[in-house]
Write a protein of this length. Structure first.
Length: 332
């Protein structure tokens, strides 16, 4: 890691107390971070916003002692690698990677240089080879996982749709996180008397055809934290609404824009948690390699009552929602 980061903790303590020869205070040296976001959608946008909020709460404010270089890979793994390489040439002090493909790309580039990578919205850090089976980092890389509460989601679907038999899952075949999530659903679905019907896609252009196909076979669709699929969620919702087939989301923003319900995460909170981890590295309090990845341990239940009314679905009294919505918002 660069000398600037190794001494930054001391400079934070001394900033404002060391006097210059003219009687002014020594200005704290700013740090530079590169934020790479893999795709453009509300969940990952919230992660980025929360990340910056977490940093600010720990004393790092953009425009004061923090310079931020932000790039979006637009769901392109090649672009993700190039952005990471650019961050390296720009000599950033830390990389923040939002979503699994970005985390893998940043770590592959930063590993030899020892630049710390702090990730968020990585569903399975072990499968992505960013951590070992005990959660320990494989190098100077750590962060937060949006590991999904599969049992809670399946229980929620069963409560809302007691007669449902088949749940549909669209997934991107090239996303490691999607493979892991699909496998978990396939393993657990039978415990709730569900059969999983899946369709793999390689790009967003495949989504309309895959959605038309899967809607012919299922009682509902369950959305993964799959970046390509989430980016095309408005298309999926439009087609599902025409067939009066509910879509279950994986987090709060998806429920706001038209999914019926979700047992999921608040990605703003996840990002904030990640920002605080990054601050420890920037202050020299911890190395990334010394912190196991973290998760949000208490997922919440979200329900869109407007969607339920539109589909004439009665929400059981057994469903204890943490937050409900009475309208359908436009997607971010």
């Amino acid at each position: 890691m660069r000398k600037k980061l190794l001494t930054l903790g001391l400079s934070v303590v001394l900033a404002g107390t060391m006097l210059t020869g003219c009687g002014g205070s020594e200005k704290e040296e700013a740090v530079t971070i590169g934020i790479q976001q893999f795709a453009e959608h509300g969940s990952l946008d919230n992660c980025r916003e929360g990340f910056l909020k977490g940093l600010e709460e720990e004393g790092y404010t953009e425009g004061e002692n923090l310079e931020v270089k932000y790039e979006n890979a637009q769901s392109d793994t090649g672009a993700a690698s190039q952005i990471a390489t650019n961050f390296l040439s720009e000599e950033v002090d830390l990389m923040c990677a939002i979503a699994t493909p970005s985390a893998m790309a940043c770590y592959n580039v930063a590993e030899e240089e020892g630049i710390p990578v702090i990730y968020t919205a990585v569903s399975d850090p072990v499968a992505a080879k960013l951590a070992d089976k005990d959660g320990k980092p494989v190098g100077e890389v750590t962060g937060t996982s949006d590991a999904y509460p599969y049992e809670k989601q399946l229980e929620l679907i069963r409560q809302i749709l007691p007669e449902a038999k088949k749940i549909g899952i669209l997934h991107t075949t090239s996303e490691t996180n999607s493979d892991s999530q699909l496998a978990s659903y396939q393993k657990l679905a039978k415990d709730y008397d569900f059969e999983v019907v899946e369709r793999g896609v390689s790009a967003s252009a495949d989504i309309p055809t895959a959605t038309d196909s899967i809607l012919k076979e299922v009682d509902c669709i369950v959305n993964l934290t799959d970046n390509t699929v989430v980016s095309s969620l408005p298309t999926i919702l439009d087609k599902a609404n025409e067939k009066n087939i509910p879509v279950f989301g994986s987090e709060i923003e998806q429920v706001k824009i038209g999914c019926l319900a979700a047992a999921g995460l608040d990605y703003m909170d996840l990002g904030e948690q990640t920002g605080k981890m990054a601050a420890k590295v920037l202050k020299g309090e911890k190395k990334a390699s010394e912190m196991n990845y973290e998760v949000i341990t208490e997922p919440k239940i979200y329900v869109n009552e407007k969607v339920a009314d539109n589909m004439k679905i009665k929400i059981s009294d057994d469903v204890k929602a943490d937050e409900t919505f009475d309208k359908i918002s436009e997607s971010k």
